[in-house]
Design a protein around this ligand. Sequence first.
Ligand code: M6R
Length: 610
Amino acid sequence: MCGIIGYIGNKQALPIILEGLKRMEYRGYDSAGVALFNQEKLEVIKKQGKFINLQNELKSRSITSSSGLGHIRWATHGEPSDLNAHPHTDCQNKIAVVHNGIIENYQELKRWLASQGHQFKTKTDSEVIAHLIEERNKTVPLEEAVRGALNHVKGAYGLAVISEKEPDKIVAARLGSPVVLGIISQGEYLIASDVAAILPFTREVIFLEESEMAIITKQGYKINKLNGAVSCHQPQQIEWDLDEAEKGGYDHFMLKEIMEEPETIKASLRGRVVLEEGGVKLGGLIDVLEQLKKIERIYIVACGTAHYAGRIGSYLIENLTGIPTEVEYASEFRYREKPLDKKSVVLAISQSGETADTLAAIRLANQQDLLTLGIVNAVGSSIARETKAGVYNHIGPEIAVASTKAFVSQLVVVTLIAILLGRQRNMPKAKAQEIIKELLKLPDKIEDVLNQKEKIEEIAKVYESANDFIFIGRKLSYPVALEGALKMKEISYVHAEGYPAGELKHGPLALIDQTWPVVAVIPQDSVYDKTFSNLEEAKARQGQIIAIATANDEEIKRIADRIVYVPKTLEILYPILTVVPLQLLAYYLAKIKGRDIDQPRNLAKSVTVE
Ligand code: M6R
């Protein structure tokens, strides 16, 4: 997730663009940049790091321009650096592009453009857009050139383009990433990824729909479909205040990030699955594919929520590949006294890529010359750099301390890795196709769970005064139970324990009485009957049962006091659905209790101490 902005009108563009970028800082902090016309020449200024670095850089510059673009970056392709920062330009530095999204076929396009003589300056996917437009713009005007260029692009984009040849015009387009047009007055407009950037200047906006382009000049604007057909939009008034706007209208980043989960799944799958072949393409693993064919053991190292994703990942990898897989808390991994087997891989899972214990585990494995891999969200982070290969989540920054969308994405990515390893061994194509088909359906299925958020809020109200919760599940649902308990502790400060359902009778059952809600993760999977029996045991001690069950499970009604249904899916994919009600339950309980949800006490988003 990056942020784009463009301004055209009768005022100085730079202060307006900078104010808008500041409002979108939460969308990325790897770099920021602007493109403006300085005495009719296109000038691009960009800086690695937080927005403040760009602001400092611009202090000594005087640029008078009444139109321009800005960008705030969350890196996906190419490490965070001045060079890889946006805006990107064509060979002649006459066209500037800001882009939010991923161009899936950029390697192919880059090869073709290079064969036509184009010279690339960066390692980003986005730069190809500037060159594609340049190529077209040789024969047709900017609007047509952008339209023609986008015809060749596969992937997702919210983008804006300016050109020295037509300085009084901004062309913007969207497919899969948001673009909003702000109408300040007749002849003065803003476009941005997010209303947060627009609200300081106007409340009158138009949200571009998928496959639409906006052509904005000082004379007015028009919105077309990418195929040229005219679109009709009525401007609407935004009622949110600025703080709400950054959170997409939600009260907290945590809820916003949970609600982004359908998009999270799409982003983590984008360009990575080939259904017809039952194949998975993970660019970050290409260099180690031969080595991966020979590995005999996997150690997953991670902390907190990422560790629970790793536990689920170990089931998946063993189940789909037969490779023995162990999961360790990264903070404990270093105390192993035996040397690790050379045919092992150490796989780190980390949203931030900076967790000190996980990094230390990777360093230990590197010292022993093992193959190290990462599943990381933050591009260019320490873990991403120090592992030998890896896969990015590509889900934009996660701001709330409580990790939610990252967990869902980690499960998706680990499933992709399991399919890749499985296909290298003896997983039949049909089996891989079955999983891929179902992965592609998950965004809609998560949507179905999210639509039940009011019901989950009601459940939270019922148990508002409970002092203790126990979360139980078996097999793949056990780590989900652990994650549900962690979420509850961390943001509502209520004691919660996660337990394997089968272990209840070996001790914790003694705790259960009518004051203890028992949250059971009980989808219709291979251990359903056994988990059901464990629930009977809790029910017999007057435990209050909240069940996360599969749609149409009538039997569960016999025993559960409250039920949240999730759609049916494959057994190995249930955690991606069953965790969502638990995230929402923790969220609403914390909200009722008036907790500081996005920044819970004593915690930090990135734990860089051991
Ligand atoms: O950035 P990482 O994924 O490495 O972070 C690991 C844990 O610190 C993190 O998941 C933590 O447990 C979250 N606050 C849980 O919501």
